[in-house]
Design a protein around this ligand. Structure first.
Ligand code: IMP
Length: 435
């Protein structure tokens, strides 16, 4: 049985967690797989009166009996995942029985967080990426550099103390010129060993070979769901480089990060807000610097789950989403936060870009071109009605349906799901395959 996938189509924070939780509940999903990123991600899921904030753990953890896998493409901070686990266990969730972590995941160490602070200060390229400061980029850099990387399996190898000491010696040399960004404790090999040994003990019952587990699962036809973190425009290879994250956050990352061959990757849902947000640096063609942008931020509570930073807000960018729909091979679009734009008197959709006087529908590969974009908008009248109680497409106000039809035409993909509020129940399912 092919897997279902959920991919963010913008710069992250599209509310993918809600969709994963919903699909896990509806589609008889047996295993949810997280395959890239780390504690930079923040998924908020609301079920009834309960709000859950997750960073590493797939949102399938909230559905009884669903197994959740953290695959090799993820980078993990063991202290952070243990906090998440403790919070969920306190609320009655059987995390140890429902979670398997790959022994191949790369670990984030305190020195990665120090390096993130140093690089993010912006001195290297004169502009800050505005990272989440979770050590993600430096950890992936060590993974690809290989010699100074430590993986989950190394915690159980018997020579962890020696390994940490070697890496710390190296980091002392490479960070020597950045002492203002480094705290002594971040290079204290003995203390770090003690801390990580403790993490290792607590995580051990949940650690294993997820690649073998997933290959067995596909052999026996189990129903998989792949949960992307961040958004396609933050993809290291296909996003707005260098203002991206360090993993393949578009659909192209699924096989590489999970170890599941492409032939098992079936239906892909792309998640986009009815507007656009971005946190951190980098160009954002449809960004609003006016009162409308502030209104969207307030109505949508657009503040980061992981960092609490206010998100930059702007109109729906049809050029960008058309690009990421094609890149991700998206079958169905999930349009989120329809309740937010339903309160606006007028709504704009970016239908094309103008760069140096030339109109184009192509998303530029170079960030300097993206900086020069003048968005070309189509303006639709708002419908200014509360849609949070609507559960079918037919019940939506005409204006809202017109907006969704236009979005679908522009990006070249049918609308499968519309979210009209944070709760699992506040969802319109337009895709017959999901009913
Ligand atoms: P990093 O992933 O912490 O290295 O940050 C790189 C860029 O990706 C920054 O612009 C972050 O704000 C952005 N980013 C990373 N994770 C997320 C996320 O989950 N949602 C939105 N933006 C993110």
């Amino acid at each position: 049985m092919p897997g279902t996938c959920v991919i963010g189509l913008q710069w992250g924070d599209e509310a993918k967690g809600k969709l994963v939780d919903l699909l896990a509940d509806r589609k008889n999903v047996e295993i949810v797989v997280r395959y890239q990123g780390g504690a930079n991600a923040g998924h908020t899921v609301v079920i009834g009166d309960d709000t859950y904030k997750l960073h590493h753990i797939p949102s399938g953890i909230l559905t009884d009996g669903v197994m959740n896998v953290i695959a090799p493409g993820v980078v993990m901070h063991p202290g952070t995942i243990l906090e998440e686990i403790d919070g969920l266990v306190q609320r009655g969730i059987d995390v140890p029985g429902q979670l398997l972590i790959s022994d191949r995941v790369h670990l984030v160490f305190p020195w990665h967080i120090a390096e993130d602070r140093a690089v993010n200060a912006g001195e290297v390229i004169g502009e800050s990426i505005g990272t989440t400061l979770r050590g993600i980029g430096p950890c992936y850099r060590d993974k690809y550099g290989r010699m100074t990387a430590i993986r989950m399996g190394d915690l159980y190898s018997g020579n962890l103390a020696e390994r940490i000491e070697q890496v710390v010696q190296w980091k002392r040399k490479t960070l020597a010129g950045f002492s203002e960004f480094v705290e002594e404790s971040e290079l204290d090999a003995e203390a770090i060993f003690a801390e990580y040994q403790d993490y290792a003990k607590r995580l051990e019952p949940m650690v294993g070979d997820t690649t073998e587990y997933l290959l067995n699962a596909t052999d026996s036809g189990r129903n998989l769901l792949f949960e992307g973190a961040q958004g396609s425009l933050l993809d290291i290879d296909h996003g707005t480089f260098p203002f991206v994250t360090s993993s393949n956050s578009s659909g192209v990352g699924i096989s590489g990060g999970s170890g599941v061959p492409a032939k098992w990757i079936g239906r892909v849902y792309g998640v986009a807000k009815a507007y656009t947000t971005r946190v951190g640096g980098g160009p954002f063609p449809t960004e609003l610097h006016d009162e409308v942008g502030k209104t969207i931020r307030n109505l949508g509570n657009e503040y980061g789950t992981t960092t609490g930073r206010p998100r930059r807000c702007g109109w729906f960018d049809g050029v960008a989403v058309r690009y990421t729909v094609r890149l991700g091979g998206i079958h169905g679009l999930a349009v989120m936060m329809m309740d937010v734009i339903s309160q606006l008197p007028e709504i704009k959709i970016c239908v094309a870009y103008e760069i140096d006087g030339e109109r184009t529908g192509c998303f530029p590969s170079q960030v300097d071109d993206l900086r020069r974009v003048q968005p070309i908008y189509e303006t639709l009248p708002g419908w200014e009605q509360d849609v949070s109680g609507v559960r079918t497409m037919e019940e939506l106000p005409d204006g809202a349906r017109r907006f969704l039809d236009r979005v679908s035409e522009i990006v070249g993909c049918p609308v499968a799901i519309v979210s009209v509020g944070p709760d699992r129940a506040q969802t319109i399912i337009a895709d017959d395959l999901l009913r």
